[in-house]
Write a protein that binds this ligand. Structure first.
Ligand SMILES: Cc1cc2nc3c(=O)[nH]c(=O)nc-3n(C[C@H](O)[C@H](O)[C@H](O)COP(=O)(O)O)c2cc1C
Length: 227
């Protein structure tokens, strides 16, 4: 799905979500960031596109265009045309999801000689099921943010901030969630946790995340105004 809106500042902010779930927490948080910029924005859902990972063939060095004939070329053109970029993903097995990672890799053609992304402000949105205060489990959310932040750093972009959302372990929506010996519910929330006690988590009921989304949008707009 793709939505373009005309807004106050004559700058365009591109938001790209790697979340495969329809209207997911990640998508809604990303849209909240885009709204808060008050710029013209475009929301891209990566499941609407086909994007293979980079081949590391260096075929893009002279042309700044990927040799893989899929939608990665169009998405790189969108990123090149945008004044700011927000990348949103989730953290299966404690790191950035593969769609988001493939998208990031396919921005490599924009790097050579010209550094087309350099100087642009950017931000990250990450949804994770591992509770932020867990000291027994991997820091999934931070690992996801790192993947996006380090991409932006390596391209000379200005990373202005991140939004962390508490997401749903898939087992809360699974019919076997409370009987399965491999359930993630007890792994994440302790031996007595159940589908009911954990419930479904939504971005809109997390005031810290909602404020972080507004703040990221405001900071992106500020960075664009200062250009
Ligand atoms: C195959 C799979 C593995 C997952 N593993 C992790 C994990 O290791 N750590 C974590 O924090 N979340 C994990 N999750 C949970 C996702 O981060 C969670 O479902 C997230 O809320 C999805 O965001 P969305 O609703 O915006 O798509 C996993 C989800 C899937 C589907």
């Amino acid at each position: 799905m793709l939505a373009t809106r005309e807004r106050k500042i004559e700058m365009k902010v591109l938001g790209v979500s790697g979340s495969p779930i329809k209207n997911s927490n990640t998508d809604r948080a990303l849209k909240a960031v885009l709204d808060a910029t008050e710029c013209e924005t475009e929301f891209v859902k990566l499941t609407d596109y086909t994007v293979a990972p980079c081949l590391a063939c260096l075929g893009c060095v002279e042309t700044n265009r990927c040799v893989i004939k899929d939608d990665g070329i169009e998405l790189a053109e969108k990123a090149k045309a945008a004044d700011a970029l927000v990348i949103a993903g989730f953290t299966p097995y404690s790191t950035i999801d593969s769609r988001t990672k493939a998208f990031i890799e396919r921005l490599y053609p924009l790097r050579h000689i010209h550094g087309f992304m350099a100087g642009k402000p950017g931000g990250a949105v990450i949804t994770s099921a591992v509770p932020e205060d867990s000291d027994q489990l991997p820091p999934a959310c931070q690992m996801g943010i790192n993947a996006i932040q380090f991409y932006m750093m390596e391209e000379g972009m200005t990373f202005v901030g991140a939004v962390k959302i508490a997401g749903n372990v898939p087992c809360v929506k699974c019919v076997h969630g409370d009987e399965c010996k491999m359930t993630g519910i007890t792994m994440l929330y302790g031996p007595n946790a159940t589908k009911d006690s954990v419930g479904i988590k939504a971005f809109e009921t997390q005031p810290v995340a909602v404020e972080a989304a507004r703040e990221l949008g405001r900071k992106l707009a500020e960075a664009l105004r200062a250009k």
